[in-house]
Design a protein around this ligand. Structure first.
Ligand SMILES: [Zn+2]
Length: 310
């Protein structure tokens, strides 16, 4: 299975268009040595010429058109994208679905609560119904591995299995109180645990850290791409003078007591990679102490264009 990081930043990208934090300012001035980043997007390929998108970022059109592997292959219209798998109804995870609306039949996997949050109140998403056949939604049940990609016969390749792992997050603010009452909160934010042949991959770009199962998923995996949004819990408050804490926004910070680095000290062979990096995160600067701390703890930081093979 191939895994591609098409975008590695949190919402807003890096630099963020309206942000003058030290990172964004120095990146624009050429003083920060790291690369610019588009908003979080991962694609996985369980078989040649077939791709599954993990979420659909606001930068999806740019991300797909810059990579020849996603170009249409045959006929006058087509795509190697077999399906989209959503981890939440967050704007940064779903806005790209609208980029895929060009009369292209789509298969979307999500929890039933995420599907309802998107389709029952957001009439804009009805634009996906215009293709023929219209968009098809498949339910991702919590805690149960389901086959998500079955290679066509006579291929003897294994199915790709995907299990939705509850992470304990909340629905986005745009979901009305009325709808919220009939949704299941445990379905709001999930991690994706993939098994393909004898390899395992865990994906959690948003990790609220309020449930514990994710740790076992990481330690069972060969590769884990995890939430690296914020370095510290009060990062936005310190930089912008106001805002929510990282934990209140549903992100376990990297540093501090019960932060991600402290909670996940593995000695095994799991390749641990941070993504969904917010533009304010000091670890984005390759010359910072925070970046060194991350690397010394055995982590890598994803960049746009990073690839893995499992
Ligand atoms: Zn910034």
């Amino acid at each position: 299975m191939r895994i591609k990081v098409l975008g590695s930043a949190a919402g807003g990208g890096f630099p963020q268009w309206n942000c003058r934090c030290s990172n964004c300012d120095r990146l624009r001035a050429g003083l920060l040595k790291g690369p610019a980043r588009t908003q979080a997007q991962v694609a996985i390929s369980p078989a040649e010429s077939s791709w599954l998108l993990l979420n659909a970022s606001p930068d999806l059109r740019q991300q797909l058109s810059e990579d020849p592997e996603f170009a249409p292959r045959e006929g006058t219209r087509g795509t190697p994208i077999a399906a989209v798998i959503l981890t939440s109804a967050d704007v940064d995870c779903v806005l790209g679905l609208l980029h895929l609306r060009e009369f292209q039949p789509l298969l979307i996997y999500s929890t039933s609560s995420v599907r309802r949050a998107l389709t029952e109140e957001n009439t804009l998403f009805r634009t996906l119904e215009r293709s023929n056949p219209p968009v098809r939604w498949e339910v991702l049940p919590l805690g149960q591995a389901i086959p998500i990609f079955q290679p066509a016969p006579p291929s003897k390749r294994a199915n790709l299995l995907c299990k939705a792992v509850r992470l304990g997050g909340n629905f986005p603010d745009y979901v009305s109180e009325q709808l919220r009452q009939s949704l299941k909160e445990e379905e709001a934010v999930i991690g994706l645990h993939f098994v393909h042949n004898d390899k395992q991959f865990f994906y959690a770009p948003t990790l609220p850290g309020r449930a514990e199962e994710w740790k076992r998923c990481v330690s069972d995996s060969d590769l884990a791409l995890l939430d690296g949004t914020f370095w510290s819990d009060d990062e936005l408050i310190k930089i912008h003078g106001s805002g929510k804490t990282a934990r209140n926004m549903g992100h376990l910070p990297l540093s501090g007591t019960r932060g991600l680095l402290e909670q996940l000290q593995l000695n095994g062979n799991v390749r641990r990679v941070l993504m969904h990096m917010n533009n304010t995160n000091p670890a984005l600067d390759p010359e910072s102490q925070e970046n060194r701390t991350v690397r010394d703890a055995g982590w890598e930081i994803a960049h746009d264009g990073m690839e893995f093979e499992l």
